[in-house]
Design a protein around this ligand. Sequence first.
Ligand code: BES
Ligand code: ZN
Length: 594
Amino acid sequence: MDAINNDSHSFARLGQSIITHLNWDARIDFNKKKIFATATYQIKKLPNAKIIVLDTKNLNIRSVVNGNNETLPFELLEPQHFLGQALKIQLSSNTKLISITYETNKSAEALQWLSPQQTADKTFPFLFTQSQAILARSWIPIQDSPGIRFTYDAKVEVPKNLIALMSANNPTKKNDSGIYNFKMEQPIPAYLLALSAGDLVYKPISDRSGVYAEPSVLDDALYEFEDLEKMISTAESLYGEYKWGKYDLLVLPPSFPFGGMENPKLTFATPTILAGDKSLTSLVAHELAHSWSGNLVTNATWDDFWLNEGFTVYFEYRIMEALYGREYSEMLASLSMNGLKEELESLPAEDTRLKLNLKGRNPDDGMTSIAYDKGYFFLRSLEEKFGREKFDLFLKTYFSQNAYQSITTEKFIEILNKQLIEEYQIDLPKDFLNEWIYTHGLPNDSPTPSPEKFKTVDKAILQLLKNMTASQMKDEFKTDQWSTHEWIQFVSELPNQLDSVQLRSLDEVFGFTKSQNSEIFSVWAKVSIQNNYQPCYPYIESFLIKTGRRKFLMPLYTALIQTEEGKKWAKEVYKKARPNYHYVASSSIDELLE
Ligand code: BES
Ligand code: ZN
């Protein structure tokens, strides 16, 4: 493996020496909101390498020693925007082990320390990390590049009434010592390092899967994720064996900034997918799919992010199709196309290529629909050109041949040419790969999903605009039987301008303002803001205060700041909400509200 890729978001390659194993010995201090730790690394160095370079951000480095406990000279270079500081350590000719004692800072960006009040059960404090894309370096000095992999073990001490969990082999019960041991025997990149500590309980779903949640959330979560084992075996039947042993879910408090994060063996998930009717579980299929696309075969740099996310969306929809039918997965794909088209209108052209150039920028900027949805439609168009059978075989082979490797876009193209295009000698339109991967926008001949159920939804909207009332619509279109995805389509395709009489009657008949489904509520909240529909505002306020999921927050704050009045209100709400947000959410919203 070419471990030292040209990754502009890590200082690691400067040293030409790489870490191969981490032993992490840590104490989690909830009073000081700090982690005190020693990170010991086995390293591999090139014959002439005299240094090793690690990424750090806001860490207090206390000491660096070698395997014989002899001090090694080190230097922290000038901080750089986003990237933090390079930690440059001098090696002697026989150094094989380095041991770094350090503590995190209050502002450690990956960490969110929650007070009891910010948890579901309101009794114990809580901590979780979010390392992707380049925040692992804020809680551990590490070579924070997706092109560098290492195995790890850890010993973590937490207050006695809490349990610690990591992206590793996990305990299923609290113990009396507050000390927990972990092992990750497969090599992973730093962005998949994860830790959580809280009052958590576990119940299995099958012998290799289960759910961790706060006690009051566990039963709802078990119901919601009842099909988890079916998802895993479906995924295996598509693209090969699940390689990570256990697959558990950890349901976090609502401030978790993402829908889900594919930490190996233990996906971190937002509680906003607990809809009560299993309608939002495609997110679990997505994080599970990362166990192949991303965690086994990893994007070499954040410029290749679409290799992680585009493949994962494709795999996610295939799992959902196998479990719940083509019409279901076509609704997901169609919503994906809507999102992509909307985002294409707002992004600068150069950010709409699959292969990105994020040098000098925050890799977070690449987290757009392009990687996810344009990536998906590219793979879907390959599937349509070659046929499912050949394409599935190609993907299955791709995952097994490149397991535990990091792949650049260029390497992927090489593999695609060799193992699919030349293998089957099918003529692709001229410039096909170039258009999808290196050209902005969406190719004209992109696949376009068109689920029957959405055609009906779109008709309903037309009728509504032609003076049909909401309650007539309810009868005529049998909306009692509509699924969550039909409602998302309905609300998000409503015209931007609606009058208050229309909004009020829609709300009366369909109960959007009081919807307990976070996806439906969030699209309705946006419509409400666009039309200044006041009855929804108190609900929007409590949603914004409670939920820290950036995907929901950004569109709502963005809609609010379109008017002076809205902006003022947004700032007032944000004052109350900000303490509940993780750094990745608050930094985006700080920027938005200035
Ligand atoms: N790995 C991502 C989350 C991520 C990406 C975090 C980049 C930080 C930087 C995760 O798999 C993801 O894509 N989550 C989505 C859910 C999904 C169903 C599209 C999310 O959180 O909304
Ligand atoms: Zn993902």
